[in-house]
Design a protein around this ligand. Structure first.
Ligand code: LLP
Length: 426
């Protein structure tokens, strides 16, 4: 996988920069993002839409990785973003991201978050439940504001992925249920509110999905729902948002779909089922930032147990990547300073956290390793830093962007002082 990324001295290169130099310069653990990979993926989505001739919008689901620098890249690439909390909204605005290109999601937006969204004139609020319609209606009335909204629907489609990553099935905490008529009632309330402009409908069926079948079913269902709503309310959506969830390849067993395949198939489905295809929005998170991210660790201790797989420990773990412990996610790694050496063993890659479950990679083929070697875990760009935490009071790593042979620190490493900065004496 990484043959073309190896320099003459056997080091892993990321974005034209020697990863071993990065580990020395910034310390470990370290998140590194190859920015040109991010830009390429966005351009692939865009050109796939251009090819099929649909009106479209790509909205980066920023929960996958939400720091000022990534919002600035998204601004440069002229895409929309979605945020799911006041904190993400604040970060995007602090980065100078244009508020009219922000969609605000979430199944329990607070009153204060909704006020913040209205006062900053976000592009669209994705309404998820009746409580929210009521809150927003009250805010708009008091503030004499108008705003675009979309309805998040639960279309009754189950994606084949980890249970925590499914969101489209009827038994879900997200969205208005279509089957039971909730969606119609919500539509009526929104259409009756003079301060809300209903831009369209939204659904998201899950995350890390392989295959196009679920998305094609969703496209078909969204048109059927639209036709139903048209009969009832004489309303045709300007936008249909099909959510995100496009899977990426974390290891050799994963077989993700390309942007082209997926967009061509939904375009065919949409065109077959209606004459006036609305603008199609997608909300990819993982597929935009996941493959562009690498985490560099230093290898430390080792435990050999007779007749069993050895444990090789690194200086990070579940605090910077919770996904193996939470979803049994499988990653692959390389030894960044020994890319030219042959594999001699298979080991468990263990983290440094006080939990037996803190195993980053269960079975990792390795060359002969020594303390001080740099392990690079691949494809960690999505839901790594954004889900990082301070368990065991380990500071969160720094984040570096690389592009065209240049590196730039975009998030500083947390310090021990940072860790106690919110603590008060008693
Ligand atoms: N749109 C909505 C409404 C979503 O809820 C999500 C993800 C996305 C878009 C983006 O999905 P993506 O393209 O990134 O798959 N922490 C989990 C993933 C949670 C996804 C939550 N929603 C993980 O690490 O696998």
């Amino acid at each position: 996988i990484t043959d073309d990324l190896t320099s003459d001295n056997g080091h892993l290169m990321i974005g034209g920069v020697d990863s071993v130099d990065l580990a020395k310069k910034y310390g470990t653990p370290l998140y590194v993002f190859d920015v040109s990979q991010i830009r390429n993926q966005i351009r692939k989505f865009k050109s796939a839409f251009e090819e099929v001739g649909l009106k479209y919008q790509v909205s980066y689901a920023s929960k996958a990785f939400a720091v000022k620098a990534i919002y600035q890249v998204m601004k440069q690439e002229d895409v929309h973003i979605d945020v799911v909390s006041g904190g993400e909204l604040h970060t995007a605005l602090a980065a100078g991201f244009p508020s009219e290109k922000i969609s605000f999601h979430g199944n329990n937006k607070t009153f204060d978050e909704l006020v913040m969204a209205v006062q900053n004139h976000v592009g669209v609020i994705m309404l998820d439940n009746f409580h929210e319609i009521e809150l927003l209606s009250r805010i708009l009335n008091t503030d004499h504001e108008k705003i675009n909204v979309m309805l998040r629907l639960t279309p009754g489609i189950s994606a084949h992925t980890h249970k925590y990553d499914q969101t489209g099935q009827t038994d879900s905490k997200f969205g208005f249920d279509v089957e039971s008529g909730q969606a119609k009632e919500a539509m009526k309330q929104v259409l009756d509110d003079p301060n809300m402009n209903l831009l369209g409908i939204h659904a998201h069926i899950g995350s890390q999905i392989f295959g196009t079948q679920g998305f094609v079913m969703l496209a078909k269902k969204m048109i059927a729902i639209s036709k139903d709503l048209q009969k009832e309310f004489n309303y045709w959506p300007e936008v249909i948002n099909l959510g995100g969830g496009f899977g990426i390849s974390y290891n050799a067993d994963d077989d993700p779909i390309t942007a082209n395949e997926f967009i061509k198939q939904i375009a065919d489905e949409l065109k077959q089922n209606c004459d006036d295809v609305p603008e199609i929005w997608i909300e990819p998170g993982r597929s935009i930032v996941g493959p562009a991210g690498y985490t560099l660790y230093e290898i430390g201790s080792r435990k050999d147990i007779p007749n069993l797989t050895p444990y090789v420990s690194v200086d990070g773990g579940m605090g910077d990547n919770i996904r193996p412990a939470l979803y049994q996610a499988k990653y692959e790694a390389v030894v960044a300073n020994k890319m030219d050496q042959s594999i001699v063993e298979t080991a468990h890659i263990a983290g440094k956290y006080c939990e037996s479950g803190d195993i980053m990679i269960d079975q990792q083929p390795l060359p002969k390793t020594d303390p001080g070697d740099i392990l690079a875990v691949l494809d960690t760009g999505a839901y790594g830093y954004s889900m990082a935490m301070n368990y065991n009071r380990n500071p969160r790593p720094a984040v570096v962007f690389v592009e065209d042979g240049q590196d730039k620190l975009v998030v500083k490493r947390e310090t021990y002082q940072d860790l106690t900065s919110l603590d008060l004496d008693y």
